[in-house]
Write a protein that binds this ligand. Structure first.
Ligand SMILES: Nc1nc2c(c(=O)[nH]1)N[C@H]1C(S)=C(S)[C@@H](COP(=O)(O)OP(=O)(O)OC[C@H]3O[C@@H](n4cnc5c(=O)[nH]c(N)nc54)[C@H](O)[C@@H]3O)O[C@H]1N2
Ligand SMILES: Nc1nc2c(c(=O)[nH]1)N[C@H]1C(S)=C(S)[C@@H](COP(=O)(O)OP(=O)(O)OC[C@H]3O[C@@H](n4cnc5c(=O)[nH]c(N)nc54)[C@H](O)[C@@H]3O)O[C@H]1N2
Ligand code: SF4
Ligand SMILES: [Mo]
Length: 742
């Protein structure tokens, strides 16, 4: 922070989305007077989107909760922190005692991934509760990529990203980074980087059932029938083998399963798959040839590639194509970042590991396998509804709004209402938290320090950046990690009235003692003593990490003090090849043909000739929106109404729909109403509606959002529709019927 004439300049990383832009904030008298991109930030170089500036509106939003709420006879009343925790202590252990630990479920949402005070304290709380019932937004999002990466490279989050500054050819499947600003890929100012790619003679190809903003900026756009990407990619892989285009390069000795893979491709020639995906066999072959013959190329996929029943196959095949064309782990191809802290592929023995397994447990009602320690969020409602031993009776929701974000959200809402006890850690009284008995509000983002724990392994360039708290917390407001510790203490039977700092010390000492000898533990604790809470965990992780000072063994190395001293961040250089050092598979190789995926090809083969439904619906992200929770911020809510269903004019004619008319959208007896927007951006037979809307439920405190509530896309979907391997919900390409209203 620097101060002149009563004005202070502060820096922090925006944690609204994965781009992680560096912000420069102007402050006067404890108020934010301006926000812009930090031109000197080592990663984002001044880039900012409209949401970054909305941090001020969020901080000032009168609807943002500042005091805990307790529900008394059906109505929320403000309470002190002491009263709120006393209520939880009174009710949560009682449920655990009467019904067992598995009766308490936790559900964690997207902002927790961007808030290290929550994220780093989830494992402690989960262990204290000891329930198998853990659910997160990952199974609405990226679980297929985590599973395919885990199987191939041995760690769930070892996910390669395009080396965009050096590539000549980038193919994007089911992602719209100009709007989303990148996902499982931290790439601020994607538009600028795409422009630079085209300017140096490179090509950008977008495969999407909508001609998206990214497609508009690309050299080529291909419509694809939703949910058929596995077939499209199988056609490419088949062609690579058929035409002898496979070029393994440096990775050859590190790849296992190439022959098995080749044999498994037999049923999927470009001619066989083309009718299913709506992309011609000639185009599929031509793309395979281009990928194989271009020196520096990468294929990348995102939400559209994940939220389908073959999500794990699709995400595996993306990396298979990169590997077979010699572009995996190569400059200009798809590469593995090297994060400074917390990441599985920087710790333990390099080059080998235990790999990943799934299905160590099955969920009680429908037998879905656990993946990465959690069950599919699509199983949450049934676990609450179906009686029997292990039925969920209490819920802890952490920064999540599944009533709008998860399929069949209204079923979930009814299930939440039937719980004996629910506590929500959130900042709003919204569609999900209205069902809670106690809401514990997190502080404003500006009032806490932060570090992007997970995203630093998906960056287009390695960096170390830390955000100190910009403003002090209001008197009495705890940090979110302190709330997490207090909940942990309650679950452990220690009561709410613990000394949080002391308990945090004890946990940390135990965790360090597990890995070092007694005398070293004291020395390490002493070395970390200038930090508290998540900051202290961060200092420990950085110091032990690949760039760390190793507590003095590498005096030039990093620690939190050095990182915090650089408001613009520390540049750790472009991505560099990491295979085999980053592998954590038991074989020490990249598994190109994991048994689970080869077996799953049979399911795809049997489904090759499935007929195309007449009309399907897909989702759409928008620049001034972020999932379900930013529709209450004035700077973002202004302008044209955006929750419209885009329909191709040809389809509209057939269905009797006109621009701005209202339509009913039905799916298996569930229905919503939405405003029609005619658009030739849409592939015929496909309509698109954004998710995260539907703020017209009773009992919300979202004044502005409720003025233009929009429709809840997820109210249409069946929560049982999943990719059986990863448990990810199917949220795309779902067959619907559409009829005019009035
Ligand atoms: N149909 C369809 N559905 C989708 C998607 C889609 O593309 N199509 N996308 C899916 C994806 S990718 C995701 S990630 C999920 C998101 O699913 P969720 O994470 O469940 O939904 P969000 O809308 O992000 O809700 C975030 C919640 O966190 C609260 N919150 C915000 N900041 C904080 C904070 O600092 N502390 C605390 N304690 N709470 C906070 C907000 O008030 C809100 O209640 O939605 C999924 N749902
Ligand atoms: N402005 C804004 N930014 C965000 C978010 C937000 O809500 N708003 N959310 C954040 C989150 S949580 C995430 S996970 C990321 C997501 O980041 P992205 O995945 O880049 O964003 P989406 O807009 O969901 O892109 C999915 C694309 O897939 C297409 N699609 C749908 N079905 C299919 C299909 O079957 N096959 C193919 N090939 N394409 C298909 C859709 O038309 C859409 O263009 O964005 C993050 N950034
Ligand atoms: S793109 Fe926008 S929302 Fe995302 S980090 Fe940057 S400023 Fe924040
Ligand atoms: Mo997401």
């Amino acid at each position: 922070m620097t101060s002149t004439g009563g004005e202070t300049i502060a820096h922090r990383i925006c944690s609204f989305c994965e781009a992680c832009c560096g912000l420069e904030l102007k402050l006067r008298d404890g108020k934010v007077t301006g926000i812009r991109g930090n031109a000197n930030d080592v990663l984002s170089q001044g880039y900012i989107c409209p949401k970054g500036a909305a941090l001020k509106d969020l901080h000032e939003d009168p609807d943002r909760l500042r005091k805990p709420l307790i529900k008394r006879t059906g109505r929320f009343v403000e309470a002190t922190w002491q009263e709120a925790f006393a209520e939880i202590e009174h009710r949560l252990p009682d449920v655990m005692k009467r019904y067992g630990r598995n009766s308490v479920a936790s559900v964690v949402g997207n902002p927790a991934a961007h808030n290290f005070g929550l994220l780093l304290y989830i494992p402690r709380l989960a262990r204290a509760i000891g329930s198998i019932n853990i659910f997160t937004a990952s199974t609405l999002d990226q679980m297929p990529k985590q599973l395919s990466s885990g199987l191939m490279y041995g760690a769930w989050l070892s996910i390669p990203v395009p080396d965009i500054e050096r590539t000549e050819f980038l193919m994007i499947i089911g992602g719209n980074p100009i709007i989303s600003n990148g996902s499982l890929w931290t790439v601020p100012d994607f538009r600028g980087k795409a422009k630079a790619l085209l300017a140096r003679g490179g090509k950008l190809v977008v495969v999407d059932p909508r001609r998206t903003e990214t497609a508009e900026a690309a050299s080529r756009h291909l419509f694809i029938r939703p949910r058929t990407d596995a077939f499209f990619l199988l056609g490419i892989v088949h062609t690579l083998f058929e035409e002898n285009l496979v070029r393994l390069g440096r990775l050859e000795e590190h790849l296992a399963g190439v022959e098995l893979l080749a044999a498994a491709m037999a049923p999927f020639s470009a001619d066989e798959v083309a009718p299913r995906c709506g992309i011609s066999a000639e185009t599929i072959r031509e793309l395979a040839r281009t990928l194989a013959r271009t020196e520096r190329a990468a294929v990348y996929g995102r939400m559209g590639a994940c939220t389908q029943e073959y999500g794990t196959l699709v995400n595996w095949l993306i990396d298979v194509v990169n590997a077979l064309t010699g572009h995996l782990d190569e400059p200009g191809g798809s590469m593995f970042p090297k994060a400074p802290a917390f990441v599985a592929n920087i710790s333990g023995q390099p080059g080998i590991g235990r790999g990943v397994i799934t299905g160590r447990r099955k969920n009680r009602v429908s037998g879905a396998p656990e993946v990465m320690g959690e069950f599919p969020i699509g199983c949450l409602a049934e676990e609450i509804e179906v009686p029997g031993e292990g039925q969920v009776k209490a819920l802890i929701s952490i920064a999540t709004n599944p009533v709008l974000a998860a399929p069949n959200g209204l079923r979930l809402a009814a299930a939440f209402e039937s719980l004996e006890f629910m506590v929500s850690l959130d900042i709003y009284l919204n569609e999900t938290t209205r069902h809670a008995d106690v809401i514990l509000p997190g502080c404003s983002q500006l009032e806490s320090s932060n570090y992007e724990v997970g995203l630093s392994q998906f960056v287009y360039r390695n960096v170390a950046r830390y955000s100190p708290a910009t403003l002090p917390r209001p008197e009495g407001q705890p940090a979110e990690w302190e709330n997490m510790m207090r909940l942990t203490a309650i679950a452990l039977g220690k009561g709410a009235d613990i000394d949080v700092d002391k308990m945090d010390d004890e946990f940390l000492a135990d965790e360090i003692r597990g890995r070092t000898s007694g005398a070293d533990t004291e020395a390490v604790l002493h070395a970390l003593s200038r930090w508290k809470g998540p900051d202290r965990l961060l200092d420990l992780a950085i110091r032990r990490g690949p760039y760390g000072d190793q507590f003095g063994l590498n005096p030039e190395g990093l620690n939190l003090e050095k990182v915090a001293a650089e408001p613009n961040g520390i540049d750790l250089g472009p991505l560099a090849p990491r295979v085999p050092e980053m592998l954590r598979t038991p074989s020490g190789k990249i598994e190109l043909a994991p048994a689970m995926l080869i077996t799953d090809l049979k399911r795809a083969e049997a489904d090759l000739a499935r007929p195309t439904p007449e009309l399907v619906i897909v989702g759409r992200r928008q620049l001034r929106s972020n999932n379900s929770w930013m529709h209450n911020l004035p700077i973002l809510a202004k302008g044209a109404f955006r929750c419209t269903v885009m329909v191709n004019p040809e389809d509209a004619k057939r269905l009797g729909l006109s621009n701005r008319s209202r339509a009913r959208i039905c799916c298996d007896g569930r229905s919503i109403e939405a405003q029609v927007e005619l658009s030739d951006e849409m592939m015929p037979g496909v309509v698109s509606l954004p998710h995260g809307w539907g703020h017209d439920l009773p009992g919300l405190k979202l004044t502005l959002a409720a003025e233009r509530p929009g429709a809840n896309l997820n109210a249409l979907f069946d929560d049982a529709m999943r990719d059986p391997l990863s448990g990810n919900s199917v949220l795309s390409g779902v067959a619907i019927e559409m009829t005019p209203i009035g």
